[in-house]
Design a protein around this ligand. Structure first.
Ligand code: ZN
Length: 155
């Protein structure tokens, strides 16, 4: 058995205010476990995406998350839990005024992306994007794969 105090785990660079990876501390071998806190406007992900092999579950402990899904926007409130199949596109955003606390579970741990899409102002539509390290590893930047424009910056 392994036990982890969530607030003792360092937060990593992400599209969320706080993202603490719990898999290593718990020694989980098949399950990816991440604790999130989303400030208003934050997201779980860098864009609208699908994983090749990984299914994902999000438990919303407090606040409300709006998931962009293949069938439209879906609000997931505190006390609710949602699951996305491998290959299913989604992106959860905190569009409310309240801070979100949530737990994300993914299996298997291999989170290889099928594709990640973001709104590109240059192209005027949602386009495939890539994510790259910038500023000596201090920031993550997303670029439109169609025109090369920068579409987002995260630290
Ligand atoms: Zn573009």
């Amino acid at each position: 058995m392994q036990k982890v105090t969530i607030e003792d785990v360092d937060s990593r660079m992400s599209a969320a205010d706080v993202r603490r990876g719990l898999s290593d501390g718990l020694g989980s071998t098949d399950l990816a476990i991440n604790y999130y806190e989303l400030a208003p406007g934050d997201s779980f992900a860098f864009g609208y995406h699908a994983h090749v092999r990984q299914e994902e579950v999000f438990y919303i402990q407090s606040g409300s998350v709006t998931f962009e899904t293949e069938t439209g926007d879906v609000a997931v409130e505190d006390g609710e839990i949602v699951r996305f199949a491998p290959g299913e596109f989604q992106c959860g955003v905190n569009e409310g005024d309240e801070r979100v606390v949530a737990l994300a579970l993914g299996a298997p741990q291999d989170s290889e992306l099928d594709e990640m899409r973001r709104d590109c102002k240059e192209c005027g539509e949602q386009t495939p994007n890539t994510l790259e390290m910038a500023d000596r590893g201090e920031e993550l930047v997303t670029y439109c794969l169609d025109c090369g424009a920068e579409t987002g910056r995260f630290d």
